[in-house]
Write a protein that binds this ligand. Structure first.
Ligand SMILES: C[S@@+](CC[C@H](N)C(=O)[O-])C[C@H]1O[C@@H](n2cnc3c(N)ncnc32)[C@H](O)[C@@H]1O
Ligand code: SF4
Length: 330
């Protein structure tokens, strides 16, 4: 029997947040989740990280879910613990409000692998509207501080050593193309393109729908997420996939049995078989989803006038300077 291992584990260290963004499934005005928000218990994050970190496989540990990870009172310990497992490529997305200088010094000092800031555009006024309770000026100050601290730390490398080619953490930006900020897309890319490592602009999806209606192919294929992405919610339950915002279809929970058994258990195996047989409608979660197409449609484009190239996918577009390679996702 084939044993499957995920290539990404999403560890939702907390489902709580300090903002109320427009499209957020958990905290936005149209939130539809009813699960109780919580910080993940020490028992759960330790057990989960210890197990995934000891698998004989390199994987991406994404330490955020439907909340703001910096809210978790033990987030530093969680990251430090994860960094003791060399096979884990660890990072998280943040709204940036709490990522002050001390935090930046900390993430650089532990060699965190990646960090993504969610910033929706270039105008503080519209930012406040789509990311309610946020302050773009504070977030940009935090981002610039992190860039500077990272740069200083790479200069400090001993002179006999080659300077690190990709200083850590890798810094990425994700903007959601809400109607209110849609016309700021190019300005946003131009503002940050040569300062950060990667920029993505996500298509807005109106929760609970996962439809983005862009670039979705006619012919449906089995969903790659069923084989690649494990979701562990803040209460320790293992969700079906990233679309299972309310954890309506739990596969099990941390601690009840090894995660690898849950990931190869009967529930998810049944769904994998349905997908392989071309049945995408029997499961209510899959029926109305287009996330499955994210690794299928990948269209590249260049904008020589503005100096960037783009990789379009169903959920988002990635931007890079013309002379840098695009990350083709599998
Ligand atoms: C749910 S947040 C969690 C992490 C963190 N609190 C943050 O804001 O980065 C993850 C990402 O989803 C994005 N997002 C939220 N609602 C969305 C929507 N309706 N459509 C597309 N992306 C959305 C956020 O902007 C953020 O980049
Ligand atoms: S900061 Fe992130 S988790 Fe918080 S409301 Fe915004 S999108 Fe949701």
């Amino acid at each position: 029997m084939t044993i499957y291992f995920p290539s990404q584990v999403v560890l939702e260290v907390t489902s709580r947040c300090n903002l109320e963004c427009k499209g957020c499934a958990v905290h936005g005005p149209d939130s539809f989740t009813t699960r109780k928000t919580s910080n993940m218990s020490e028992q759960d994050w330790k057990v989960a990280i210890k197990e995934i970190g000891s698998w004989d496989k390199e994987l991406n540990l994404t330490a955020h879910g439907g909340g703001e990870p910096l809210i978790h009172p033990k987030f530093r310990e969680i990251l430090q613990f994860a960094k003791t497992f060399p096979k884990l490529n660890t990072g998280f997305l943040t709204n940036g409000m709490l990522l002050n200088k001390e935090w930046s010094e900390f993430v650089v000092s532990i060699g965190l692998d990646w960090i993504g800031f969610s910033i929706d555009g270039v105008s503080p006024e519209t930012h406040r509207i789509v990311r309610k309770k946020s302050d773009l000026e504070v977030i940009e100050k935090h981002l610039l501080e992190l860039l500077l601290i990272r740069e200083r730390s790479s200069i400090k490398e001993p002179s006999n050593k080659e300077p690190s080619k990709s200083p850590k953490p890798l810094i990425t930006l994700n903007m959601v193309a809400y109607d209110e900020v849609y016309d700021q897309k190019e300005q946003f890319v131009q503002k940050w393109l040569n300062k950060v490592d990667n920029i993505t602009i996500s298509h807005y999806r109106n929760p609970p729908s996962s439809r983005r209606a862009l670039l979705v192919p006619q012919e449906r294929k089995p969903c790659f997420l069923l084989w690649s992405q494990m979701i562990i919610a803040s209460d320790g339950r293992v969700g079906l996939c990233c679309e299972d915002f309310n954890i309506d279809f739990p596969l099990g929970r941390v601690g009840e049995k090894p995660l690898i058994e849950i990931w190869n258990g009967s529930e998810i195996s049944k769904l994998r078989k349905l997908h392989e047989a071309g049945d995408f409608t029997s499961h209510p979660m899959c029926r109305d989803c287009d996330t499955w197409s994210d690794n299928i449609i990948q269209k590249t484009e260049e904008n020589k006038n503005l100096g960037f190239k783009m990789l379009h996918r169903a959920s988002q577009t990635e931007y890079k300077p013309l002379n840098e390679p695009l990350l083709i996702h599998n």
